[in-house]
Design a protein around this ligand. Sequence first.
Ligand SMILES: CC(C)(COP(=O)(O)OP(=O)(O)OC[C@H]1O[C@@H](n2cnc3c(N)ncnc32)[C@H](O)[C@@H]1OP(=O)(O)O)[C@@H](O)C(=O)NCCC(=O)NCCS
Length: 145
Amino acid sequence: MEIKIEPMSQSDLEKSAELTLEAFGKQGLGEPWTLDTARKHELEVFNTKYSYKATEGGKTVGVIVALPVTYELGTELFIDTIAVAKDKRGRGIGKILWEKAAENAKQKGLVGVRLLGNPKLRSFKWYQKEFGMHPSGWVELTNHF
Ligand SMILES: CC(C)(COP(=O)(O)OP(=O)(O)OC[C@H]1O[C@@H](n2cnc3c(N)ncnc32)[C@H](O)[C@@H]1OP(=O)(O)O)[C@@H](O)C(=O)NCCC(=O)NCCS
């Protein structure tokens, strides 16, 4: 079936939260996400001008949730979430979502793409091989109260 790429709206965030949970929750990467924390996260980072969904037969099968953030060389597209449904991976959907979001960002005058990768995920090498991404040198630190 044909894959369509369309801008995301707020009503797509439920699906985006489900895909986040599937990719990074207990059944995926193994982090303790819940549908509730995934919903909040997606709502906080969502920007309709920079985020896209992939649909197949009217069903959302992948999302890229991204927003513009300014760094030392100008405003970049920060990709917060890129996730494709487990049974749809490896068919090029992630690539077309990425290309659409990057092309849109370029048209809007943004100067690059940035994201947080995780070496435990296959996507970590994929970004570097497929899209020429490279480690920035910054390492994310966190602490919980
Ligand atoms: C990363 C992801 C969005 C790519 O989407 P996709 O539609 O599968 O990607 P494409 O088919 O365009 O590209 C193939 C790449 O996707 C990844 N991929 C392919 N099949 C996969 C699978 N069954 N499981 C996990 N990753 C897969 C691989 O990195 C692959 O590249 P490789 O074959 O060189 O290793 C998707 O696989 C996914 O949702 N993975 C889990 C979530 C994730 O890692 N998100 C990024 C976090 S920073």
